[in-house]
Every structure is written in C-alpha cells, then in structure tokens.
Ligand binder design. Structure first.
Ligand SMILES: Cc1cc2nc3c(=O)[nH]c(=O)nc-3n(C[C@H](O)[C@H](O)[C@H](O)COP(=O)(O)OP(=O)(O)OC[C@H]3O[C@@H](n4cnc5c(N)ncnc54)[C@H](O)[C@@H]3O)c2cc1C
Length: 388
C-alpha cells in the first residue's frame, strides 16, 4: 500500500523574507504549515536594506522587533542635496514613536533572524533543498510535488501559498498574469567602508548627471546607489568611484567594497493573486521599484493580512472565499499605493529641465508642516489607505 503524503493546513513555497515571516505569523495563530525551499541555505548577498516602521510594528506584535533593532542601524534623518548644495533635512523623528526611524539591515541578515525565530517556534517547519515542481488543486485540497534528496515527493494542504519570488513557478502553475511595465531607469550599487561624515543618516543627491543615494549599513559600511544612463550588467568598482567623484566630488579610493551590483526597475502585479486554493504573496504577487525600498515590506504587509484571513478561516470558522477575496482586494489597493510612491521616488531622482524649480519644490517638502507628510510617505505610513 502506498503511503499517504503528509497533510498540512498550509504549504508555503519559498523561504525568502516573505515566506519566513508568513511562517512566524502562522505559528503565532496555531496554523500548521510546511515551508518548501529549494536553497540549502539563506540566500547570500544584500538586496534590501530598508525595514520600515510599518514592518517593525508587525515584528513587535510577534515579539521579534528587538532582534532587528539590535542588529540594524536606525536612520532618523535623510539629507537632500542638489549636486553638492544642501537643500534640507527630512527627520523621521517627527513620526509616531517608538519606530520613528527606518532600520537599515542587509536582507541576508534579516532572513537569518526570521529563520532563527521560526526555528525556535517550530524546528521542523522549513524543508530546505525541496524544489517544488508542480501544484494541482481540487475542491478539497492542493497537492504539491517537489524534488527532495533525489526523490520526487508530495504534500497535501488545504491551501498553497506562493512565496517563491519574482519568477514564481506557483504563479505560472495557477496561470495568473503578471502585468505592468519596465521603467527606463537603471542603477548601479555598492557597499563600501563608510568614509563620509553622515554617521547614521541617509543622503540623497539630486545631481545634474543623475541621482545618488547613500545609506548607512551595520559594521561601518555605507551603500551607494547611483543612477546610470543605461543598464550596466557587471559593474566594477570604477563605475561607482568615477560617478561619485564626478557628480559630488566624493572619493571612495581607499575604501574596500563588499558588494557591487546593478538593477533595472519594473512594476508588476499578479492577477489574480488568489485562485481557489492557491495564493500569492511577496514578489510572486508584485514587484515594485527598489528605489524607496518598499518591496519586501509590502510583502510582509500582505503576509500579515493573509495570516489574519487564515486565522478567521481556520480558527473562527468563517467563510474562506469571502475572506480571501477581501485579502486580495485590500492587498491590491496597498500594492497600487506602493507603486505610486515608488514612482514618486524615481521621478524625484530623474533629470529635470529646470533644476532650480525642482529644488524649490524639494525645499518646500522639507519644511514643516509638509515635511511631516513627506516623512510619512517615505516610511510607508498609510500605505493601505488613499489618504494618510
Ligand atoms: C537591489 C534591490 C534592493 C532592494 N531593496 C529593498 C529595500 O530596501 N526594502 C524592501 O522592502 N525591498 C527591497 N527590495 C525588494 C526585496 O528584495 C524583495 O521584495 C524581497 O526579496 C521579496 O521577498 P520574497 O520572499 O517575496 O521573494 P524572494 O526573496 O525572491 O524569495 C523567494 C524564495 O523562493 C525560493 N524558491 C523559488 N522557486 C522555488 C521552488 N520552485 N521551490 C522551492 N523554493 C523556491 C527561492 O529560493 C527564494 O528563497 C530590493 C530589491 C532589489 C533587487
């Protein structure tokens, strides 16, 4: 007789930042799940660095916020320059306490903290080295097939959640479209020893030759993000050093670097995000511009809402269809708001015909009372509503 596959309430595909966070949320409300992850270890290298107050508040509800704040750098101020001329400073300290800052932490460390927290709660929940190859669903359940230690295996679940990133196979299996567009904007970035005077502050330079952003990182490092005229596939040190020298006369000559990369920008949304027993969250459901640092935070907001929906479905016996439809509608609004804000961030960094007019607008944005609204906009406050 063949052995029945194990059965869970939920099966999550992907243990990236969003899948791990969703796992913790589900453990909190006692919903059984397994996380299938093809990688043997947490992904190396740094992509995201910004954790917004909205996410820290969710972490606090899960009692994990301290782990992050102890390891990350609290950014409380962002300085704006036109080339090298200072326009003003935006303080996040005017936002709601206690998380009146953006926390800078490389994504690799963020995922390590989430994984450790999840393992503390349930050491058997993550199955690493499990590459999901197909998903089928019927009225009663979903069946996930995956390759693990040289064998094809299956698990059954009431629902499957695709947290498997931008090139999601789960999304392909549910035949959801991924609509949107690519922007012309391209960037290079690198993490270097910090040889600036900015300390724990961020700085944004609106240069005639293109935007430069600069963020503090743990261990006395600093990330530089630089707008380029075209996509540079494999940037080298000189690509960063030359542009910094030419645009803002800052030299990184003696500073060692730990990461160099480049990226283009897209906005993409999955439609639908929910198909009966298969649901998408995180980058599998939406991709937003990294300028403004919202993608992972948006994924966490979605995961939190989804965990609440499942709490209502499994623990309170409410109707699944209505709850999942609400989740999809609400999260689509949040995603669209997030994309609008990302677009505003990118527009600010583009070349303009009249820099002096743009500078006047930026200066006004940095003055009270508008600065308070700006601080909220840049920290993802009110992202799930039309008016913040
Ligand atoms: C340059 C850059 C900077 C960024 N900066 C920020 C920032 O400052 N703030 C921010 O909020 N966001 C930022 N982002 C976005 C952020 O990195 C993503 O939104 C985030 O990684 C999405 O997490 P995820 O878990 O949804 O997907 P991913 O991180 O892509 O994780 C998906 C996981 O699924 C696994 N997987 C895939 N297919 C399968 C399969 N078939 N079977 C099993 N497992 C599978 C993968 O191995 C991976 O571990 C940035 C992105 C870039 C590129």
């Amino acid at each position: 007789m063949s052995k029945c596959p194990p059965k869970y309430q939920l099966a999550i595909v992907g243990a990236g930042a969003v899948g791990l966070f969703l796992g913790i949320c589900l453990e909190q409300v006692g919903i059984s799940c397994v996380i299938l992850e093809k990688r043997e270890e947490v992904r190396k290298g740094s992509r995201s660095l910004g954790i917004h107050p909205t996410s820290l508040e969710l972490f606090a509800k899960l009692n994990i916020a301290d782990n992050f704040t102890q390891q990350g750098i609290k950014i409380t101020n962002g300085h704006a320059f036109s080339n090298t001329k200072k326009l003003g400073t935006l303080s996040f300290e005017q936002c709601t306490k206690p998380f009146n800052f953006i926390l800078a932490l490389p994504q690799e460390r963020t995922e390590k903290i989430l994984q450790d927290e999840l393992n503390k709660r349930n050491p058997n929940i993550i199955k690493r080295g499990a590459k999901v190859s197909s998903i089928t669903q019927n009225k009663q359940q979903a069946i996930v097939s995956f390759h693990y230690r040289g064998k094809q295996q299956k698990v059954n679940a009431d629902y499957v959640i695709g947290c498997d990133g931008k090139n999601s196979m789960v999304r392909q299996q549910m035949d959801s479209s991924f609509d949107g567009r690519s922007y012309p904007d391209t960037y290079i970035m690198g993490d270097f020893d910090d040889n600036t005077e900015f300390g724990t502050d961020a700085a944004i330079f609106l240069c005639d030759e293109g935007l430069i952003e600069s963020f503090p990182l743990p261990k006395q490092k600093r990330r530089w993000v630089i707008k380029t005229d075209q996509y540079i596939k494999n940037p080298n040190r000189a690509d960063i050093l030359d542009r910094l020298q030419n645009r803002i006369a800052h030299s990184l000559a003696g500073a060692t670097h730990s990461m160099l990369s480049s990226f283009g920008v897209q906005k993409l949304v999955a439609h639908p995000m929910v198909d009966n027993r298969i649901i998408l969250v995180g980058d599998s459901a939406h991709v937003v511009s990294p300028i403004g640092g919202q993608g992972m935070n948006l994924g966490w907001l979605g995961a939190w809402k989804l965990a609440e929906s499942f709490h209502h479905i499994f623990n309170k016996g409410e109707k699944a269809d209505a709850n999942l439809k609400d989740f999809e509608n609400e999260h689509t609004v949040t995603t669209r708001n997030c994309m609008r804000r990302a677009e505003l961030n990118m527009r600010l960094g583009r070349r303009v015909a009249f820099p002096s007019a743009r500078n006047l607008v930026v200066k006004a944005m940095l003055q009270k009372p508008i600065s308070k609204l700006m601080a909220k906009l840049f920290t993802m406050r009110g992202i799930d509503r039309w008016i913040i």
